[in-house]
Design a protein around this ligand. Sequence first.
Ligand code: ZN
Ligand code: ZN
Length: 277
Amino acid sequence: MEVTIWGARGTFPSPRKDTVCYGGHTCCLSLRTAAGEYIVVDSGTGIRDLGERIMAEAEEAGNGPVRIHLLLTHFHLDHIMGFPFFQPLFSPRATVFVYAPVAPEETRKHLAGLMADRYFPVRLDETRSTKVFLECEPGLVIGGVGVSSCPLVHPQGSVAYRLESGGRSVVSATDTEHPEKGIDERLAAFAAGATRLVYDAMFTPEEYAAAKKGWGHSTWLAGTELAAAARVEGLILSHHSPDHTDEMVDRLLAAARRIFPRAEAARQGWSWDLSKG
Ligand SMILES: [Zn+2]
Ligand SMILES: [Zn+2]
C-alpha cells in the first residue's frame, strides 16, 4: 500500500526556484489500497497530478471503474483549491466519495461554491463522475484500511485523519495549533504508536512566538514533542510555509532531528510503502 505526498505546502502554492526540493503544491496525500482504490487526504493543488496518475492507471487497466475516497480535513482554500481540477471528477467511470467533518449537504455546498458563478466554467453537478457526500463515521473501513478522525485546534475547525492497515498507520495532522503549555493530549492519544505522523510545521518557534499565536498552526519543535509523547515511529514535518525556502526547511529538519532523530520533511512526489514504513 503506497502512500504518496502530492503537495506539502500550506496556505498558498509556492512554485519557485527555491522550493523545488520540497515542492510548491498545497496539501494532498494519497494511500493506494491493495485493491487499487485511492484514499486521499485533502484536495490542495497537488491533487491535480494525482488525478492524472489515477486516470492513466485506469486506462492501462482497461478503463474499468475508478473509486476514490477523498477525506477533507476542512475547507480552507489550500486544502480544496485543487478539487475542480481533479480529472476523475469529469469521468463517467469514476465514483468520488467525499468525507468531511460536517454534514454531507454542507460539504457539497462548499465544493459546488468553488465551481459556481464566474469562478469555474463547469458546475459541480455538470461533472460526469458519480459523487457521494458522507461523514467520517467511527469504525469506517475503506478497502481494508481503517479510517478515523480527531478534531484539531484551528480557526473554523479541522480534523486529523488516521489510516491504518495491518498494524501500520499514517496520521495526517496538518492544520493545528499546539497548546500554550504541554502537548495536545487528545491528538497524542489519537496518534499513539502511529508508523508515521505528518504534522503541521508551518512556523519556526521564533516566528510563532513573535507574531503567529492564535493562527491555528504549529512548529517543528511542538511536532517533536508530540511525536515523542505519542511514541510514533516517524515524524514528517509538513504544511511548509510559503515563505520557507528549501534551505530553511533543511535547517528546521536538522534541528528537529537533534531532538527526534526519526524526523523527515514532507516532499512533493515522495512515496513509501505503508506495509514497510
Ligand atoms: Zn492549511
Ligand atoms: Zn486551515
